[in-house]
Ligand binder design. Sequence first.
Ligand code: SD4
Length: 328
Amino acid sequence: MLNRRSFLSKSTAATLAMLFGSSVAQKKIKAQTTPENNLISGPLVISTWIHGMAANEAAMEVILKGGRAVDAAEAGVRVPEADPENMSVGLGGLPDRDGKVTLDACIMDEKGNAGSVCFLENIVHAISVARLVMDTTPHVMLAGSGALQFALEKGFQKENLLTEKAKKRWEEWKIESKYQPVPNIENHDTIGLIAIDQQGNISGACTTSGMAFKIHGRVGDSPIIGAGLFVDNEVGGATATGTGELVMRTLGSFLVVELMRNGYTPQKACEEAVMRIVKSNKNLKDHQVGYIAVNKAGETGSFCIQPGFNYALFKDGKNVLIDSGSYL
Ligand code: SD4
């Protein structure tokens, strides 16, 4: 009879044989720069882009005080949400084509609970509204004016999220009014963060103002459980950044976690999820998608379509920014 350990090592070996034995596509993947086999036994926080550095610090502070991973994840992403200089998350986010800042966010804990808000206006901390959807309602997702009403009922203050700087950028954009996704905009974008606490529990959070100058009402991947974020405490967690439509069509974060469940390392799982997008899209140069992932053992991985994506990793007492490997 196979015990769990021998089953896992056999299935991992089978997966590796499959990966190395096949696929022209796999050969195209450049050597990635992620440290390999970074097995840990302590707490860990991983998050997207350079703004993840400050988010990781806030998240790790919660963990080191003995807090839950879900509290750490929420606290972490609240940092870029509150930063008016950050033009892709929360306050100061670039607006849609009508000049409205609309936010998407979701959160998932170690028990598989999930909460989400989308198309939310006038509330800085969308992630904390998502948290309350998870903790205090029988629902997973609230949208638009209903999400706003819920937030106000819970005591959140209505605020103008459109800063002068973001308004100016919108006014410049209006001259041509051409919608064009811009890869690696501002060198940061959605923040997605996965945390492992001192109990070894995994949770995650994801929050964004979404694609700049999108059609009013557009919702991206970030608030969709399984697309922008997915956590399974037995397996690991993953989160996404970039062109949400490409992530939604492949349910990317769920895919990464399911691949890890089937024996892929976090690195190989992120690569395979990017390859699903690569295979079905001819026009890759205008798009970026980046995934980060961590498994239950604390191994991490990341991969993206084109160079420029980086992520912050806080483990073993050190918080570092790492360039992701890319397909192009
Ligand atoms: C979205 N993935 O709304 C998010 C964030 C973004 O370029 O704008 N990425 O699609």
